[in-house]
Write a protein that binds this ligand. Structure first.
Ligand code: ZN
Length: 219
């Protein structure tokens, strides 16, 4: 099995190479138990992803700040957005990896602080008949975490007002692919509304789609 830190670095670099999150914006994490402590590995702040080494990856435990302070003093700081990663892992047992991106189209839609309705059936990939937008709060705050948790109710992805998007999955690949899908859906949505008000799929139709997606995703 590939080392989890190596895998995390690979996906952090993909944030840049796929233009999902340019420069140093965006971050990725993966759930891990280290020395019997439950927590997660996360990308550090202040270092270009192309220069990342496994030793730069930061471990944060799920039980509050003690470990954070411990790790804080050992070298690189974790991403300044570590808090909502921790809160998602605490609230979503099924979340094994998280991708957060300031992807251009998702960020553009997020600035309007509205959910994306079922203008296309692929919206179902996020887990429901729309993709919600978490209310605005300053980055790094617990208030932002709480807003994200609310928007992620029965969902695996959401937009974040005036900020970007966040997704989770059962591994890094799945979380990353979902972030790419959300970006694509937002791009399509922007084009769609340029032509006027689209027809939205009914909840009956979306329930059918959600059932299909559930079966399709079984592996
Ligand atoms: Zn961010």
């Amino acid at each position: 099995m590939k080392d989890l830190k190596e895998e995390l670095i690979e996906f952090a670099r993909k944030l840049n190479s796929t233009s999902l999150s340019p420069l140093r914006s965006g971050n990725v994490s993966v759930r891990v138990t280290q020395d019997n402590v439950e927590g997660f590995f996360i990308t550090p702040s202040g270092k270009k992803y192309e220069d990342l080494k496994p030793r730069d990856i930061v471990f944060i435990s799920l039980n509050e700040k003690y470990d954070f302070i411990k790790w804080f003093n050992t070298g690189l700081n974790p991403s300044s957005e570590w808090r909502f990663h921790q809160d998602i892992y605490l609230n979503k047992i099924e979340a094994k990896a998280i991708v957060h991106a300031h992807s251009p189209h998702a960020t553009a839609v997020s600035a309007h602080r509205k959910a994306i309705p079922a203008f296309h059936y692929m919206v179902a990939l996020a887990g429901g008949d729309d993709i919600k937008c978490a209310e605005y709060a300053t980055f790094g705050t617990s208030e932002l975490s709480q807003n994200i948790i609310k928007a992620l109710q029965n969902r695996k992805a959401c937009l974040m007002s005036n900020h970007g998007q966040v997704t989770f999955g059962k591994n890094l690949n799945q979380a990353f692919e979902l972030a790419e899908e959300v970006e694509n859906i937002c791009h399509q949505y922007i084009n769609t509304i340029k032509l006027g008000k689209p027809t939205i799929l009914s909840s009956v139709e979306m329930n059918k789609i959600l059932e299909k997606v559930k079966n399709y995703k079984k592996d």
